[in-house]
Write a protein that binds this ligand. Structure first.
Ligand SMILES: Nc1nc2c(ncn2[C@@H]2O[C@H](COP(=O)(O)OP(=O)(O)OP(=O)(O)O)[C@@H](O)[C@H]2O)c(=O)[nH]1
Ligand SMILES: [Mg+2]
Length: 696
């Protein structure tokens, strides 16, 4: 079947860990006829959780994509991970899908990750629905979940499905949109049955609510609804499409997914009333940084965005492409605007989880795969060669900064390069993973969204490349500075046969405001240090500032004034002045009240209300300064400034304080002085490190 923009629906399934996303995805594929035997997450055989790391941990780690044909539409569903450690793959689906379905475990109500995702979707003004799972569990109370949603999300959702019974007495659901009932069948698809009399009143009430929602679609429908008190079936459909696309209503679905219940109404609603890419906009960023909305338009030349890169064990590099305008065809040539490179496209694919199916073309709004591309990487913009507008690129994914770092090295020296290459590739696949060599601390540092994230990546590399890897807590990038003015004079003089070395400088140093780093002033009058030796003076001072006198950390926020000096017509050279200046700087720094600075970060913590006290007292034991705190929907957001040195294992600490439910973001803010015992310990550690360094 070939598709057009009107027939595509891209839906991301997201929500708190373990709420049933992968099961829902699997059972939707079963209900849609894509697979004939649904598997359980625990079996490691689901379509979605198919990577070795997912099979081993029994949770989703990567976004998965599969599609279902329904009512003449192609429904692309993404399954996403629930753990905040893997948030990168959730965000990429939010960027690419026109709507999101959030799963809520009926037993517990909306949990913290879901509330956070809801807020994230709010900032994107993204249309969204809710699916309540576990209707077959005795602990689920549908009305309580509804109240919880109203409280935490501040919306009144419109039930598109109603449960028939709960817990052990659960029999199936009623589809409010199509006014049909579906009962559960053992190990088979749910079956349409006559609507039981006892549910007729509640259906009528729910239907009323739904029609009212449809009237929100546009003014004409609202007028008609207010006049007649109802709308006909076509108008209800049209109104719901509009209202949903404009994020005016939130449809609520429910079911017992392990029993295949609640899936037919969901598939029909997605096919018939969920937004298609036609109503969505994408954003182009010009070279000058200005942003411009663009419609997804099939009549324009090809343009598209690489939304994800996967290195598959069998198929090699796979670049997931969302086509924004025009059509992407196999055996064609494209232009990678980001890399300024032409590229040949061979075969094109769509995927059902890991399984690839070859196709000839991908239409506007649809998502497909280019295999084995040479230049494409995530966030790259592609165009048809020669016809596209190369003046901008599509808005890249905006991902949170990593919060957990470890220093890594291969135990065997010979594996160092292999480890580095594997980490570079992992960071290409996963943009929330950062890998860099810190030349200041001489460490290779891997940073990710949490301990689980970083460990998963390292375990994967260890297994795939058979490398033994060692990790340790990374060193903190301390700084040194001065607190008062000082002056120093230094003469570098050497007489060794032939040419000697001679250079003399007098410098004054003074503290600069925090963050101003360095300023050099040449205040020489009368040529006591000739112009051609000034670069030597500056180099010497730069070398002095690179290693402070307290613990060898870089020196910041110092003004250096070259006041006077002396040269020798034969023996002076740039080198002589460099050495004189370096030593003069060291002498001056010793006299200028040197002090250590530590990095302070802005920390934002999200926790459930019940953990607030424990998190606050932990932060104060970490020398944190609380800046503010807000509560919405049972979730506290705490903002604090905390020394980076205290947060090196915070993802582990917070997990244990909040039973794994808390999360946080960090961002460097400023450097602040430290003294006393804290400074002494830093100096001791630096000396020990230097000794070790010299031994190697
Ligand atoms: N009885 C019942 N069990 C369910 C239902 N939904 C999910 N489960 C079970 O809940 C467990 C977790 O389900 P998953 O589908 O793996 O959850 P997930 O949201 O994908 O989890 P993450 O990927 O880790 O975020 C599995 O054992 C499912 O069988 C439901 O509606 N009824
Ligand atoms: Mg899952």
């Amino acid at each position: 079947m070939s598709y057009t923009i009107d027939t595509i629906k891209n839906v991301s399934i997201a929500g708190h860990g373990g709420t049933g996303k992968t099961t829902l995805f699997e059972r939707l594929l079963f209900t849609g006829g894509v697979i004939h035997k649904p598997e359980a997450t625990e079996s490691g055989k689901t379509v979605s959780d198919s990577s070795p790391e997912e099979i081993e941990r029994k949770i989703s780690i990567h976004a998965a994509l599969a599609h279902i044909e329904r009512n003449g539409k192609k429904l692309n569903f993404f399954d996403t991970p629930g753990s905040s450690d893997f948030t990168g793959d959730v965000i990429l689906t939010f960027r690419s899908a026109e709507s999101v379905l959030l799963t809520i475990d009926g037993r517990s109500g909306a949990q913290i990750e879901t509330v956070k995702l809801w807020r994230n979707l709010g900032t994107r003004n993204k249309p969204r629905g809710i699916f309540v799972t576990y209707l077959d569990d005795d602990r689920t109370d549908f009305n309580r979940v509804l109240a919880d949603i109203k409280d935490k999300f501040k919306v009144i959702p419109i039930p598109f499905t109603l449960p028939m019974g709960t817990g052990a007495a659960f029999k199936g659901v009623i589809d409010v949109l199509n006014e049909k009932a579906y009962s559960i069948q053992k190990d088979a698809l749910e079956k349409e049955v006559p609507i039981p009399d006892e549910y007729k009143d509640s259906l009528a009430a729910a239907r009323e609510h739904l029609v009212e929602g449809a009237a929100e679609g546009d003014d004409e429908l609202m007028d008609k609804y207010l006049e007649n008190g109802t709308l006909d079936t076509d108008e209800v459909h049209r109104g719901l499409i509009e209202a949903l696309a404009n994020n005016k209503i939130v449809p609520l679905f429910a079911g017992a997914i392990l029993k295949n219940s609640g899936l037919v109404p969901l598939l029909n609603a997605v096919a018939d009333v969920f937004p298609s890419p036609k109503t969505a906009k994408d954003v182009i960023v010009g070279v000058d940084g200005t942003q411009k909305d663009v419609s997804l338009d099939p009549n324009k030349p090809l343009s598209g965005l690489v939304i994800k890169t996967v290195y598959d064990q069998f198929s090699g590099k796979l670049s997931w492409i969302k086509v924004i305008t025009g059509t992407l065809s196999s055996d064609s040539e494209i232009f990678n605007v980001t890399e300024n490179k032409k590229e040949r496209v061979g075969k094109l694919f769509v995927c059902q989880g890991r399984k690839l199916e070859e196709i000839r073309e991908i239409c506007t709004g649809d998502i497909g795969i280019i295999a084995k591309s040479a230049s494409l990487k995530t966030n790259d913009t592609i165009l048809s060669v020669g016809t596209g507008d190369t003046s901008g690129t599509f808005l890249p994914l905006r991902l949170p900064e990593p919060v957990h770092s470890v220093a890594v090295n291969a135990i065997a020296k010979k594996d160092e390069d292999k480890l580095g290459e594997a980490l570079i590739r992992a960071a290409e696949e996963d943009l929330t993973l950062k890998y860099s060599f810190n030349s200041e601390t001489k460490e290779a540092v891997v940073s990710g969204m949490g301990e689980l994230h970083v460990n998963m990546i390292l375990d994967k590399i260890k297994a795939a490349h058979k490398i033994d890897v060692e990790t340790h807590i990374p060193r903190v990038p301390y700084r040194e500075t001065i607190t008062k003015k000082s002056t120093a004079e230094y003469t570098h003089k050497k007489q060794t046969g032939g040419h000697g070395q001679y250079g003399k400088v007098l410098i004054e140093i003074a503290p600069l405001p925090r963050g101003e780093n360095y300023q050099f002033i040449n205040a020489i009058f009368g040529g006591s240090v000739p112009k051609n030796y000034i670069p030597g003076v500056e180099k010497g001072i730069a070398e002095g500032m690179a290693r402070g006198v307290m613990a060898g950390y870089p020196v910041v926020d110092v003004e250096v004034k070259l006041v006077d000096g002396k040269y020798h017509p034969v023996d002076s050279s740039e080198l002589s002045f460099k050495l004189a200046s370096r030593n003069a700087f060291r002498e001056a720094m010793k006299l200028a009240g040197p002090t250590l600075l530590e990095p302070i970060v802005n920390l934002t913590v999200f926790v459930e209300d019940k953990y607030l006290g424990d998190v606050m007292s932990d932060l104060s034991s970490k020398r944190g300064k609380i800046l503010g705190q807000d509560t919405t929907g049972g979730i506290d957001e705490i903002r604090a400034q905390v020394p980076q040195a205290e947060l090196l294992r915070y993802s582990i600490d917070l997990r244990s304080i909040t039973s794994g439910t808390g999360s946080f973001t960090v961002e460097f803010d400023h450097y602040a002085p430290i003294s006393g015992k804290i400074a002494e310990d830093v100096i001791k550690a630096a000396i020990a490190f230097k000794v070790q360094d010299e031994e190697e």
